[in-house]
Design a protein around this ligand. Structure first.
Ligand SMILES: [Zn+2]
Length: 234
């Protein structure tokens, strides 16, 4: 194996690895700009120097991960912590009994404006999906335990692994599944927005172990209980 081939393969894989970590940290920070120092405070998997080595600049890295790369909005947006925004969203959601629409939100005299959520999370529905993710994964590192510890040594040589061939579901896709399934378990209808202690899982309809793909059509939202009751599916 030539050095350059090996080198480019490792670069590609570590890039995916770093991107996943950037997105995970970004999700915890409401997809807002964060500094390398803030990244180091949140990340459990790599340092910002690895990110810089991989992408060249911090801005390029944030852009690649779909995170706001302009620090100028930071001061204003940082005023309200994400957990406070989510707590208020949960309060109104339970009050109304379903995901609040714009009108319902505004009629509920909420603490924070519709626009605050829209700007902070890149859209209202996105804010709702990230809220569900947050309530389902109070300890985000837990959800990553199923991911390979080191993707670099787990991959087959010389082959590009598509997202749909990975068991780990990227955050963006998880949010898509939550949105499509109306933020609740498709079997029993429970939602972490309405009830404490409910966590939603994203389940492969055709199990990953049986060749099921990690793509929207093969994924469904189940609560933890329904998912574990299925047996052998995960
Ligand atoms: Zn259920």
């Amino acid at each position: 194996m030539s050095f350059s081939l090996e080198r480019s393969r490792i670069d590609k894989l570590s890039k995916d690895f770093v991107l996943d970590e950037l997105r995970r940290v970004g999700a915890q920070r409401g997809s807002r700009y964060f500094t390398g120092r803030e990244f180091n405070q949140t990340s459990t998997k790599c340092k910002h120097t690895t990110v810089l080595r991989t992408f060249g600049t911090w801005q390029a890295a944030l852009q690649a991960a779909g995170i706001d790369s302009t620090p100028k909005r930071k001061q204003r947006a940082d005023a309200i912590p994400v957990p406070a925004l989510f707590e208020e969203l949960g309060r109104v959601w339970r009050l109304i009994g379903h995901r609040p629409s714009k009108l319902e939100w505004e009629a509920s005299t909420p603490k924070y404006s519709y626009k605050t959520y829209r700007e902070r999370f890149g859209g209202w529905v996105n804010a709702c999906a990230q809220f569900i993710e947050f309530r389902s994964n109070p300890q985000p590192e837990q959800s990553l335990n199923s991911a390979p510890r080191s993707p670099i040594i787990n991959k087959e040589a010389g082959r590009t692994i598509l997202e749909s061939e990975k068991r780990n579901i990227p955050l963006k896709l998880r949010l898509e599944v939550f949105k499509r399934d109306q933020f609740r378990c498709i079997f029993c209808g429970r939602s972490p927005a309405m009830e404490n202690g409910v966590a939603l899982h994203i389940d492969h309809r055709i199990p990953f172990s049986q060749g099921g793909k990690t793509e929207l059509e093969n994924l469904q939202t189940l609560c933890r209980d329904c998912n574990l009751g299925k047996g052998g599916a995960l």
